[in-house]
Design a protein around this ligand. Structure first.
Ligand code: FAD
Length: 402
């Protein structure tokens, strides 16, 4: 099943090599590694260091800054294959979509300052701070403020569910340079800044409190008080941050699809192997149509979801090369891709929970661990409801519900 589906993607030689190196790496970090991290709530530090040593964490960095200048499809393959091999690629997805963003919108000074070090794996850019307690899915309602003071911006606010703050060196933060009440259009007045996290935390300008989650994640609530950012750390132009944000959120959705596709394949593989080997009533349980049909059904959805999300990644790469974008098409691709992949992987997780019977509840099968890791993607980075709301309004022309 693994190779059968990968072949439908018609990978280039370079893409095949990426898949092979991820597979080889994952064979050294097996289920036991991820299970142990999960039980301790630890970050996959050793695994990430190996990924960085292979240069795989800096795929989008342009050649002039020492990176390989690769696209979303190559990043997609890394994430898909980590999850397909039983791991959790969450720590890596942030770095990918943030690097795409920095490469496109940061000033030459900012790129010079950080991209070379990021390409060498000397720094990590894994954190992105958008969500706020009083805004939730209504992201234009964020109230974290950024006020110009001489050559700096002073940022004050409160963020929630911000991942990898203590594990990253840099963080991209969204703040309002003009309050919501003073803009003509709600998407105006938001700006993006690159934050040196180590400096800000050591000065007490950012206080990070870890949130206890039901799976192994490093997610924080942030209290931001008089955080001073040099003006050259603004990404793009002041007040136009929402436009750049779309270029974070769309690739993020496609990368999440890649993780969901990887998870769905892991669940289907797991189900097929178990259904063929578990004998009850003196025959493999996979003989029963009540067991095999749910696997076949989710497999067919997986093939369709994979085709769409691979196409979506290809569209992002094509427009990035040409520098021209059909925003509506990109939005539709990214959202449908995330929706279908998250539906299919959560269905595959449920099928696996049923097929493993009582053993699904044990830690050693990893089914429950993967199910909960994957469950996140029905909610974050955008809930399935909000995707449907977007499609209904922006693609189909129905009245806006949000
Ligand atoms: C583990 C974890 C890691 C995260 N990491 C990050 C991160 O690194 N950076 C970051 O910025 N954010 C992060 N998030 C935040 C995540 O993106 C948000 O949780 C998500 O966008 C949903 O926001 P909310 O939780 O406030 O839900 P709410 O907006 O409160 O929504 C709650 C429910 O109501 C529904 N709902 C709300 N409005 C509507 C509507 N108009 N129509 C239909 N249904 C509606 C939603 O679909 C949802 O089911 C993370 C979250 C988690 C749990």
């Amino acid at each position: 099943m693994k190779s059968g589906l990968a072949e439908t993607k018609q990978l280039s030689e370079q893409q095949r090599l990426i898949v092979e190196s991820v597979e080889e790496l994952c064979s050294k970090f097996d289920d036991r590694y991820w299970r142990e991290l999960d039980s301790k709530g630890s970050y996959p530090e050793e695994f990430l260091k190996s990924i960085e040593r292979l240069g795989l964490a800096a795929l989008p960095v342009p050649e002039e800054y020492g990176g390989p200048s690769l696209g979303l499809r190559e990043a997609y393959l890394v994430l898909e294959n980590i999850n397909l091999n039983g791991g959790n690629s969450q720590p890596l997805h942030g770095q990918y979509y943030l690097l795409f963003n920095l490469t496109k919108f940061a000033s030459p000074t900012l790129k010079e300052k950080y991209l070379t070090r990021l390409a060498r794996g000397e720094m990590r850019l894994q954190s992105f701070a958008l969500t706020e307690p009083d805004a939730g899915s209504d992201t234009t309602r964020i109230s974290t403020s950024a006020k110009k003071k001489g050559g700096e911006y002073e940022i004050n606010g409160h963020k929630i569910f911000i991942s990898r703050v203590m594990q990253s060196d840099l963080m991209l933060i969204a703040a309002r340079t003009t309050p919501y009440e003073e803009v003509n259009k709600k998407t105006e007045g938001i700006s993006l800044f690159l934050v040196d996290l180590r400096d800000a935390i050591s000065k007490g300008q950012i206080e990070a409190k870890q949130i206890r989650t039901i799976f192994n994640s490093q997610t924080y609530e942030l209290y931001i008080r008089s955080l001073m950012i040099p003006e050259e750390n603004m990404v793009g132009e002041e007040g136009r941050g929402f436009r750049y944000l779309l270029d974070v959120l769309n690739p993020e959705r496609i990368l999440i699809s890649a993780e969901c596709i990887g998870d769905a394949k892991w669940f289907v593989n797991k189900c097929v192997n178990y259904a063929n080997s578990r004998v009850v009533f003196q025959r493999p349980i996979g003989v029963n149509q009540g067991v095999q049909f749910p696997i076949a059904s989710v497999y067919s959805e997986l093939v369709a979801a994979e085709a769409l999300s691979w196409q979506a990644a290809g569209y992002y790469d094509e427009y990035s090369r040409k520098g021209r974008i059909d925003e509506k098409l990109m939005g539709a691709y990214a959202n449908i891709s995330k929706y279908l992949a998250a539906e299919c992987s959560s269905k595959a997780a449920n099928v696996a929970m049923d097929i493993f019977g009582g053993y699904s509840m044990t830690r050693d099968t990893d089914v429950a661990r993967k199910m909960i890791e994957n469950r996140l993607y029905r909610v974050a980075p955008i809930s399935q409801n909000l995707v449907l709301g977007y499609l209904a309004h922006s693609v189909l022309g129905l009245p806006k519900s949000y």
